[in-house]
Ligand binder design. Structure first.
Ligand code: ASP
Length: 374
């Protein structure tokens, strides 16, 4: 197995075929004899039981995350945060909520958590601002919404969902997206809401290395520097969620502050449908994290789902092909989480570590950070 790859939590390859039983489709004329029914009941029911009704995978960013770099306090904080987030998504799905609702609720929580580079805790631009990107996609309808460079919305993922559900567009950027957010009545915050001491220190360090001036701190800082246990996983990070709900629908969402000291309105892959986020019930749902420029060039998320759909590759094989072969060959770094309509879950990354967790109905929750964790 390749580094960062894990075996699928899988479930049998035949399971998706059971979602639409053959006598409901083109073979409507088949006569169902009692014997056939008995045969069907005995051969199919164990397989049906094996497929989870719902499943969810989350990431909190990939990067340089090594055991020796994280203090015990930092490691415990990240594991607790991942556990909280996967618990929130599982709750929604366990109560019969939609994959979209699970994706949004989980990301909302992670956007408020200063440990992650999304919402509060986002990295800073070279001008000392937080410009936030997010996207969401509905695997059932292929509807999608995205925002880039928003500065005042507490929950960019909710804004992306509004764009998807309430506007005729897929993507809004900058001041226009901020205006739309206000018009939609989404919660607005002072720029200082997103501030964390650690991300600011990381900005100062990067700007000094680049010989760029240090900007003034944003107005309205509320966070307590003493409580800052953020680990700098290499000037970036992102949060993402993919989910399958009990109705068999997939959704994916991603939210990020982008890269430390970004300039010129730089936008990465996270709000780009097909690059950082993708969901289609016909194949899979994916959310990525890593140096966005490479994910955009390779359309990483869509590429994985295309391999599943057209080459009939298993989810893990498709994810490893794109991350460990194509992304690595291009010099890119990062990882993805993914899920298929039969509840197969996968993650794959070529970075040193990735904050991640997964859960499915009837299965134990798994939380992991380092490469060697299964
Ligand atoms: N993909 C994000 C970006 O390029 C950053 C990350 O995931 O670490 O903006």
């Amino acid at each position: 197995m390749q580094s960062g790859g894990t075996p699928e939590l899988a479930v049998d390859d035949t399971v998706p075929k059971l979602r639409g039983c053959f006598w409901m489709g083109e073979h409507r004329s088949v006569r169902i004899t009692p014997l056939l029914l008995v045969l069907l009941a005995t051969t199919l029911s164990p397989v049906v039981d094996a497929a989870p009704k719902w499943a969810i995978v989350i990431h909190g960013g990939a990067g340089v995350i090594e055991r020796k770099e994280l203090t015990a306090e930092q490691e415990a904080a990240y594991r607790a945060a991942l556990t909280r987030a996967i618990g929130a998504g599982s709750d929604v799905l366990g109560k019969g909520g939609t994959a979209l609702d699970a994706v949004e609720a989980t990301i909302v929580l992670m956007e408020d958590d200063p440990l992650f580079n999304a919402g509060r805790g986002a990295v800073f631009t070279a001008e000392g601002r937080n410009e936030l990107d997010a996207s969401i996609m509905d695997g059932r309808t292929l509807s999608a919404g995205a925002v880039a460079g928003v500065t005042r919305t507490r929950h960019p993922i909710s804004l992306a969902r509004r764009v998807m559900e309430k506007s005729p567009h897929v993507m809004l950027v900058g001041a226009g997206a901020d205006t739309y957010s206000r018009e939609q009545g989404l919660e607005q915050v002072a720029p200082g809401w997103f501030y964390t001491e650690h991300r600011w220190e990381s900005l100062e360090k990067t700007l000094k290395e680049k010989g760029l001036p240090i900007p003034a701190k944003p107005a309205g800082i509320t966070s307590d520097p003493a409580k800052d246990v953020v680990h700098d996983e290499g000037k970036r990070g992102t949060v993402g969620v993919v989910a399958l709900d009990a109705n068999g629908n997939l959704a994916a969402g991603t939210s990020t502050g982008g890269m430390t000291a970004k300039r010129w309105g730089r936008v990465g892959d996270s709000p780009i449908i097909g690059a950082g986020t993708y969901a289609a019930n016909s194949s899979c749902a994916v959310s990525g994290t890593g140096t966005g420029e490479y994910f955009i060039r390779l359309t990483v998320a869509r590429e994985i789902c295309a391999l599943v759909e057209y080459q009939h590759m298993s989810l893990q094989a498709a994810a490893d092909e794109v991350i460990h072969e194509r992304l690595t060959a291009l010099g890119g770094d990062g990882g993805i989480i993914a899920i298929t309509p039969d509840g197969t879950m996968a993650w794959s990354f070529n970075s040193v570590g990735m904050y991640r967790a997964r859960a499915a109905d009837g299965q134990a929750v798994q939380v992991a950070i380092y490469k060697d964790e299964r």
